[in-house]
Design a protein around this ligand. Structure first.
Ligand SMILES: N[C@@H](CCC(=O)N[C@@H](CS)C(=O)NCC(=O)O)C(=O)O
Length: 115
């Protein structure tokens, strides 16, 4: 069964929510991460190369980055109809918005937040 490495109240909440919405057969393993308030620490049990979350391990496949994990899971559970599949109308927009959010919007939001 795929394993999601997750830390509550972090970016991995997105994927934990998606897993619930898909009713996906994914084991949720909570790990610790360093927090803004100085609490928490990198978790040796987290196989992510940088000890970040989310991280999905599905047999020999390992996935980092929310966008990649979202597409991987929505493709794996087509009956939930949460993401257009290859060949379906809307696939291009779906991929475009996921990449636009992570590649364009989030860096700007973080930059603004850091000022
Ligand atoms: N671009 C990555 C960002 C992952 C990320 O930075 N996650 C944070 C939690 S919100 C983390 O694991 N931080 C711990 C650390 O940087 O050591 C994604 O969207 O999946």
């Amino acid at each position: 069964m795929p394993v999601l490495y997750h830390a509550p109240q972090s970016r991995s909440d997105t994927i934990a929510t998606l897993v619930r919405m898909l009713e996906a057969d994914v084991e949720n393993r909570e790990v610790s991460i360093p927090r803004q308030d100085g609490s928490g620490q990198p978790d040796p049990a987290n196989p992510h190369p940088e000890k970040k979350v989310p991280y999905l391990v599905d047999g020999a496949e390992t996935l980092r980055e929310r966008g990649a994990i979202i597409v991987y899971l929505t493709d794996a559970y087509p009956n939930a109809k949460l993401g257009p599949l290859p060949g379906e109308v809307g696939r291009g927009a779906y991929l475009s918005w996921l990449f636009y959010y992570q590649g364009v919007m989030e860096p700007l939001i973080l930059l603004h937040w850091a000022q």
